[in-house]
Design a protein around this ligand. Structure first.
Ligand code: NAD
Length: 260
């Protein structure tokens, strides 16, 4: 379905982004992986994806908080595959602390990676997508783009920001065959969530088991974590021809969390 297309997935060496890379490669898209991690593991991942799905897979180690490195990533994608048809802004980090203890450098990093990165990637791909008359931009936001939780001031601010950014760009490019959407997962058990369990326990003065039961899954009505393939499959659907009228949407996949 996506044969001949190329997808750049910011933050795809782990978790949700890696699942999205698998799902889009499975549809025949070439893939540009991005993110941090062990060089050998990333190279193995690149080879496996390419072999399993018979698509081109390249890797950029660009730091999404650095606009010049984002420029190099997009230029690299163009020299490898000719164009960028699909952009998935998925790179993200989290930090959990009361606002008066929130380190300013963590605030700056979260805004840079979770919000500003999407501005820099988007502005670089939109002109060529317009010329092509086709494009898909998918921002992996969060249920925290729609509701708040205490101790996550930077993350919630960045994710609410990405929701507004998504709607704005959708309006700007709507007549050019480009859709722009935000997908808002509830809790998905990935390294990002695993890492915050001890932080949440410390910030709230409760056990790690209580964090899972009473914090993470408290509002998620299904009482289950969302699975990576559920998010990835939806992203693949948004890239399909049938999804061409879905744009400017900020859509939860959150087990009923934001229905409360
Ligand atoms: P993860 O930690 O497993 O993966 C994050 C990816 O981003 C990794 O590939 C990492 O290397 C990359 N990354 C981090 N900082 C980067 C930087 N400066 N430059 C380039 N790449 C960078 O996390 P995840 O849970 O898969 O999260 C992916 C996205 O989904 C994030 O935007 C996150 O906010 C969002 N999200 C996650 C959940 C969840 O419960 N896991 C819920 C809602 C939204």
């Amino acid at each position: 379905m996506l044969a001949g297309k190329t997808a750049v997935i910011a933050g795809s060496t782990s978790g949700i982004g890696l699942g999205i890379a698998e799902a889009l490669a499975n549809q025949g898209s070439n893939i540009v992986l991005n993110g941090f991690g062990d060089a050998n593991e990333i190279e193995n991942l690149r080879n496996r994806l390419s072999r399993d799905h018979n698509v081109g897979v390249s890797y950029s180690g660009a730091d999404i908080s650095k606009p010049d490195q984002i420029g190099e990533m997009i230029e690299g994608a163009r020299s490898a595959f000719g164009k960028v048809d699909i952009l998935v802004n998925n790179a993200g980090i989290q930090y959990v602390a009361p606002v008066e203890e929130f380190p300013p450098e963590k605030w700056e990093a979260i805004i840079a990676i979770n919000l500003s990165g999407a501005f820099y990637t988007t502005r670089m791909v939109v002109p060529a997508m317009k010329a092509e008359g086709w494009g898909r931009i998918i921002n992996i936001a969060s249920a925290h783009a729609l509701v708040a939780s205490p101790f996550k001031s930077a993350y919630v601010a960045a994710k609410h920001g990405i929701a507004g950014f998504t709607k704005t760009i959708a309006l700007e490019v709507a007549e050019h065959g480009i859709t722009v959407n935000a997908v808002c997962p509830g809790y998905v058990m990935t390294p990002l969530v695993q890492k915050q369990i001890p932080e949440q326990a410390k910030a709230r003065g409760i056990s790690e088991e209580a964090v899972v039961r009473d914090v993470l899954l408290a509002a998620q009505s299904t009482k289950e974590f969302v699975a990576v393939p559920e998010v990835a499959g939806f992203v693949a659907y948004l890239c399909s021809p049938e999804a061409k009228s879905i744009t400017g949407a900020v859509m939860p996949i959150d087990g009923g969390w934001t229905a409360h």
